[in-house]
Write a protein that binds this ligand. Structure first.
Ligand SMILES: C[S@@+](CC[C@H](N)C(=O)[O-])C[C@H]1O[C@@H](n2cnc3c(N)ncnc32)[C@H](O)[C@@H]1O
Length: 236
């Protein structure tokens, strides 16, 4: 694998979307571009790591992780249509030597979480927190996937290091609050970094003159006051 230079990965990827479909996971959401850039910032630590992407949609996060040298990547989603898009994008962007696959996974079901064979070194996701279901189910799924909960199958070594990296578009303050409460409880003793980004931060990070966000139709616009992305990084 040739090492990628800073923030050039996005322009090197060719991701197909399906604009005809009415499903939410078949197009790239603005947070996904940010996730790729943030992963690129982590390129040294992601080398050789085992990565899972949640709610992968078109698979851009997992594909980026693989291009950055992750040794094993699984792109997961509840939607078969999204997974088919991710599969197509893996074929376009990844070569045979890359270990990257797709799998159906719905957050919250303990058995399926264990079926993914945690722990993972990196758990990533973009624009996956937007309703109560996610706020309630994601925190425990994240904790299980990094082996934070005892239910993870593999023996956890004390020096084992993991990272959760999520980028979400801020949509609903109560969903975000509910989610963060559980994250803080489940990950107490871990390093929890929460960053709020504005459109200007987004454009700077992506090196673009325009935001990827569409006209802001958010009903919580006053609450957000232009702070439209939520970056959450948890590590031990
Ligand atoms: C807004 S889309 C984001 C897609 C992609 N990550 C992106 O940023 O372009 C949300 C994705 O989460 C998936 N999703 C929603 N609820 C889910 C659940 N309970 N379990 C697994 N995936 C889910 C959807 O199918 C969809 O692909």
């Amino acid at each position: 694998m040739t090492a990628c230079r800073k923030h050039e990965l996005l322009s090197e990827l060719s991701i197909k979307e399906d604009f005809e479909s009415e499903l939410i996971g078949t197009v790239l959401w603005p947070s996904s571009y940010l996730l790729v850039s943030l992963l690129e910032d982590d390129s040294e630590s992601i080398q050789g790591k085992r990565v899972i992407e949640l709610g992968c949609g078109c698979g851009i996060g997992g594909i980026a992780a693989s291009k950055l040298g992750a040794s094993d990547v699984v792109c997961t989603d509840a939607s078969e249509h999204a997974l088919a898009m991710a599969k197509k994008n893996i074929q376009i962007n990844c070569h045979e030597g890359e270990r990257i696959s797709t799998k159906t996974y719905i957050w919250g079901d303990e058995e399926s979480t264990l079926g993914l064979n945690p722990p993972f070194d990196y758990v990533i996701g973009s624009d996956i927190l937007y309703n109560e279901f996610g706020a309630d189910k994601l925190p425990k799924a994240l904790a299980m996937l990094v082996g934070k909960l005892a239910a993870a199958k593999k023996e956890i070594l004390s020096e084992y290091k993991w990272t959760v990296l999520l980028v979400n578009q801020r949509r609903n303050p109560s969903v975000e609050e509910r989610f963060m409460e559980q994250i803080e409880a489940l990950f107490s003793g871990c390093i929890i970094e929460k960053k709020i980004l504005t459109k200007e931060d987004e454009m700077k990070l992506l090196g673009k003159e325009e935001s990827k966000l569409q006209v802001n139709e958010n009903e919580f616009e006053d609450y957000l006051k232009g702070s439209v992305f939520h970056v959450l990084r948890i590590r031990n």
